[in-house]
Design a binder for this molecule. Structure first.
Ligand SMILES: Nc1ncnc2c1ncn2[C@@H]1O[C@H](COP(=O)(O)OP(=O)(O)OP(=O)(O)O)[C@@H](O)[C@H]1O
Ligand SMILES: [Mg+2]
Length: 280
């Protein structure tokens, strides 16, 4: 299997970007993210309590915490699938509190779900192609409704991104019995089809073996460093957090208990007592 470090796939991934890199940098400078006093309740269960933080453009932030701490709910608020009961969300220099996930996607946000979304009626390459930006005129809905109208160019792009993401399976494979880890890589490839300015990954390395995890992390690092993409990663594997992120936010029972550089957060007494159980 080709490694993510080989220059060729990365060069090809760079070629995918139609806008010159300088222009992209200018666009990205304005893309930050902030939550202020955010609270979310699910019929009595308070999943997030008074959450406030700012993420600057190009930052790489890990979200850690126990099962049920509120990490996926936080991803839902960030990506617009859940509107907070209280508080404000700012994205791309706009009040995004009531804006939809589609609005965020149009502004360059892409999300990889904890449980990978895979459309079994589509081939692997089509599953990647549906991540194409809607602005190209052939977005998610039309791609699903009219798969035969996909442009050749998009298919070629998807195949290159699959290669970049180490997806070796035949692109015409139906994907019904694909391993979970492969579905995770397909979700990443779909997200990268959108040339994300901000990438939100919810437990991307779950169910991967050590080699797959290292390869996945290498692809993400290559990508975000090349394109200065803002990265938000939820992950239980602290090695993944250490590899991918410079900053970590620890949640416990819906509250932030630590926020700062990764190593100090992992050595924080509360984080050790309430989450890690021991020094790592
Ligand atoms: N749709 C829902 N309806 C009711 N309660 C929910 C719903 N989704 C999440 N919760 C509750 O909200 C809290 C936070 O859940 P969330 O899924 O955000 O945690 P998490 O940190 O992602 O956990 P995990 O590590 O297990 O994925 C939990 O108490 C959970 O049971
Ligand atoms: Mg979760």
């Amino acid at each position: 299997m080709e490694t993510a470090m080989s220059d060729e796939p990365l060069d090809k991934a760079v070629e995918l970007v139609e806008t010159p890199r300088e222009t992209q940098e200018q666009e990205r400078r304005g893309i930050g993210f902030a939550l202020k006093g955010v609270e979310v309740s699910y019929s009595g269960v308070q999943a997030l309590k008074n959450i406030s933080f700012e993420i600057s453009s190009g930052e790489r932030v890990g979200i850690i915490g126990n099962n049920g701490a509120g990490k996926s709910t936080l991803c839902d608020v960030i990506s617009g699938l859940i509107k907070p009961n209280v508080g404000k969300v700012t994205y791309a220099q706009a009040d995004a509190t009531r804006k939809s996930a589609i609005w965020r996607a149009q502004k360059g946000m892409r999300r990889v779900f904890q449980h990978p979304v895979y459309f079994e009626d589509l081939s692997i390459v089509e599953n990647v192609m549906i991540g194409s930006p809607p602005s190209r005129g052939d977005g998610i809905v039309s791609s699903l409704l009219f798969p035969r109208l996909f442009y050749k160019e998009q298919r070629e792009t998807a195949i290159r991104i699959m290669e970049y993401c180490n997806i070796a399976e035949n692109d015409n494979h139906s994907g019904v019995n694909l391993p979970y880890a492969t579905k995770k890589r397909i979700e990443l490839a779909r997200a990268l089809m959108g040339n994300p300015k901000i990438l939100v990954l919810d437990e991307p390395a779950a169910a991967m073996d050590e080699e797959e995890r290292a390869q996945y992390c290498q692809v993400v690092i290559d990508y975000v460093e090349t394109f200065s993409t803002t990265l938000i990663v939820v992950e239980h594997d602290v090695e993944v957090i250490k590899t991918l992120c410079k900053r970590a936010i620890a949640l416990d029972a819906g509250e932030i208990i630590a926020d700062g550089e990764v190593i100090p957060v992992l050595r924080n007494d509360k984080v050790i007592d309430l989450y890690l159980g021991k020094r790592v």
